[in-house]
Design a protein around this ligand. Sequence first.
Ligand code: IVH
Length: 693
Amino acid sequence: MQDNSIIILQSHQFLKHPANVDSINALRDVLHFHEHRYYVLDEPLISDFEYDTLFNQLKEIEKNNPELITPDSPTQRVGIGLSEDFNEVKHLVPMLSLENSYDANDLKDWDRKVKEFIEADEVEYVVEPKFDGGGISIIFENNIFTRGATRGDGSVGEEITNNLKQLRSIPLSADFLKNKIRKIEIRGEVIIPNEKFKKINQQRVENNLPPFANPRNAATGGLRMKDPKEVAQRGMEAFLYHVSFCEDKNGNDALRKIITHHSQAIETIDKLGIRSSFSVLSVCKNIDEVIAKCNEWEAKRNSLDYEIDGMVVKVNSLILQEKCGYTAHHPRWAIAYKFAAKQATSTLLNIEYQVGRTGAITPVAKIEPVPLAGVTISSISLFNEDVIREKDLMIGDKVLIERSGDVIPYIVKSLADARNCSEQKIIFPAQCPSCNSTLTKPNEEAVWRCVNVNCPAQSVERIIHFVSKDAMDVKGLGEANIRKFFEMGIISDIPSIFKIDFEKISTLDGFGEKSINNLKAALEACKQQSLNKLIFGLGIRFVGEGTAKNLERTIHHLFDLKEKSVEELLQIGDVGNKVAASIFEYFHSDENLKMLNELQQIGVNMEAKIEGDSSTKKFSGLTFLFTGTLPTLSRSKAEEIAEANGGAVLGTVSKKLNYLIVGADAGSKLEKAQKISSIKIIDEAEFLKLVND
Ligand code: IVH
């Protein structure tokens, strides 16, 4: 392959002036290069739309000059990039990709072709989201989930059965049409919801791991994790959207006979408890209805809680699908309608450094404003210094940026080949941009920190976190107002929000009598907020909402935490060494204790009362962990029952665990628990007996 810079230059030339017969080899090289960047390195240098434009040029030239088609042409291949770590398995039916369309005209052209194939005036279509995650195929034999695989190269995938068994959206068994079906292969996509994705990245940054660029990467990476237990923690979900193979009890093809329509196939699997596209698909009478649906979804795309990168339109009747048939690469009966490009290029103008509530310094890239997927992007978080180095960023660089759904945009990489020597190295500051104290970076951490507890920037962030929705939930005190009040000296720390000079703020724009009264009421109401919300709101490092709840369960009053030794803290639910040390440190800081005393005097609730007094509850002081598939209860329902009865739910097996409740296909948690004699291993029925006795 040629030098990168020549290939990049050629890509842009072909985008401006389409290739011709003489340049067909150069165009193939360009496409090979971009496929490698996308599929193997996961570092694309051009947008999907630009890639498709180049690919279509090649297709067009080859169509007019079939003698020039070579066996290794990108048009002759379905996909690439297999890992060597998992067993390879052949799909029962090749997993083809879809042809792309970008506007109403493309869809109308496709509709015309479909009608020609099936010789009809109208065709019924199904429109559903194009989920942006990792493609999978699953097989059920005699109603049992027997094999799961990644898409791989389309004909051979990687066997990831154990990993897929961790996904709640796929049941381990399902009765297909009252035992009429012997074997069925279903296709779908594994995604990570945006909220979960943000939390995964926050945690990765806290744990000094590089953040994932987007939910798709987190999902495809998650599918191929070595340890299925970790898969369970990644919060992946599956949407199944295609039945590709279905055989009845006598070994006859059941598609088009027992199952006649795509919508019926999806409804059938949905009713069996397999998460599918059923709830989001629409049956459309004609292509105009299809176009309207695509527009409707494009408008609401950013408000969904998971990523979609377009819509997929399918002929509904399976008999008509068969009539349309397939090309070597994709079905003729389906087409992807791709939403506006999510990638763009811009220029890195500057780096700003933000100080978080725990003193972490986050570099933020200021870029030349660029419109992308419905919004204008001008700043992008870079998480930490390592990200700047890994992406090889310099001020003045051309950068490739991507924005997926409502997920914060990110810099894919700098286009180093486009440099002209005027770019400047990024020098991470040695002093806090807010209070000027010297920054520190403890060993093994990726993050630089300001350790001055009186740093003004940290104080503001602490207040913002304290009043936030998941913490004390003070309505009417948004981030912008907190910053304004802080700058004006109206507030200075957490207790000061309860002493706001309302006379002073009544002179500000947007603060009429009504909003002031609302704010007064919200501040008064938040004094009665539950203790776990207060603990979470204090922003103690590593104490998330779950830990805050576990802490509340073990105390009567917030100040009980002052008395706990590190060893005692380690006995609590999910508290490990790092968390225990952080809680201990927090409650042994004079500054923090002074602030907590002030909050107590103000009347902020510090009494523990998770659902009444947890110490009088049946499971008070007991810990539970659920593993495997329970016969009747979902995992979340079972955990809810344990918690409602005063129990604490743990994430891992340790000596702190009292009960392990085991369902079907329990794995290593069971093995580990069997080695610890104090853990009682019970099934769902015994657990329910404990609850009801
Ligand atoms: S149908 C035979 N439906 O998009 C065709 N695919 O770019 C079966 N995808 O390879 C595919 N959402 O991995 C279909 N609702 C959906 C989809 C979907 C996402 C993926 C799939 C496919 C790729 C094509």
